[in-house]
Ligand binder design. Sequence first.
Ligand SMILES: [Zn+2]
Length: 468
Amino acid sequence: MEQLQCHVKQYAWGKYGEESEVARLFADGHDNFQIDNKTPYAELWMGTHPDGPAQLKKCSTRLSTYLAKHPSLLTNNNSAKNIHLPFIMKVMSIRTTLSLQVHPTKEQARRLHELDPINYPDRNHKPELAYALTRFELLCGFRPAREILKNLQTFPSFRLLFGGDTYAKPLEDSILEEKKMGVVNQESRKCLENCFRFMMDPDRSDVHNLVSKLLLELDNGLRGAIEEGTAGVIRKMSVDFPNDIGIFSPLFLNHMILEPGQCCYYAAEELHAYLSGECVECVGCSNNTIRAAMTPKYIDRDALCSVLNYKMTEQKDYLVPEMKLTPCVDMYAPDCKDFQLHRIRVGTEHTSKEMLMPTLDCASILVVVSGKGTIEEATQENQLIGKYEVKRGDIFYIPPKHNVRFLECSEALEGYRTFSYEMGPDHDTRLVTPVSKSTINEKMLKLEADMEAPTTVVNKTPTAVVKV
Ligand SMILES: [Zn+2]
């Protein structure tokens, strides 16, 4: 296995300085890194994606280059300069709402990339899994139809936002009809799409008034299908994103509150936004995102409205159950080939047999988030390769078929290991699709207006500096 140096993203929505688990964890695993209390530390990236590539600690070689030079089951392309893992594992520290967004399917991602490689730099899709390290809140997927109906009938501002008698009424009628017949049909989805498209009309001028009206309705005690905590989320959004259409989103999206250890997953076509807390996130190795609201970034309304599935879903459908594999390892396996997650918890009481990790036929990345211990690595034939002292903050690449086991742990240890049996995407051909100069100029102007543009910070140790 190889110890990795990874990247921290300083997006504006991250927690500041020492308050950020991302900053604290990064500092514990990367020498000479100084936490700046005025800087937001949002995401720690652990993977090969070119926007935040990991490198080997011992020599600063990119992990993707190392994988290309050490062909294994991962590669069937011996001439590639880089071999990518199909996933990125991240730790996230969220202070304020991320943009309301959706990710395309593989097919949609390929099409969007061909049409607009600047805003959609990857051909790959980006399913997402979030495992709560602390209490973690997000909006995810349209609420069940009965809750959307209740909110339309409770909040006049929301009903107007959704098109009043022209668009909201047909949705209400369709939901009531479905309820009466006891069946779910496509009609309600179509009506919801009409409401959503009306809401997203860029020319509408009544959002400011409708937001004021909604806040007044909340002050007057109207709640509909929302909990008290959700009213608080709406009020906070109205401060963080004044007059943004996204302030209404908790009325039509599920507000999920995950306790530590709970995990949720959503694939493409689901509208979502992270609200607060810290999580381990697994995503497809891609950066393709279509944004809807609460962002200064590019909002592609046409792509957004046509990608959404408009399914009205119960919260429990997004939860991923934990499966006990060994006394020390639990697995989270969503319906997705791009990643699976192991949670590893080794206590000082565990026997050496219990501390054996499952051997994986594929590559994986391990991050230690607490504790200290010793790991032994061996080949499939049980030939010893090495022993490593590991502690909080350490991140490792583990090659396919290597056996790893904890020999002992001096402090109870917790770690997360992400893996996948898929081939990773080919990022060597990123941004090669020809586009006309005028298109590029237009897109660049849009990008320049992007105040939230990601910046990357790397370890200040000279050997760790990466040219991105
Ligand atoms: Zn997302």
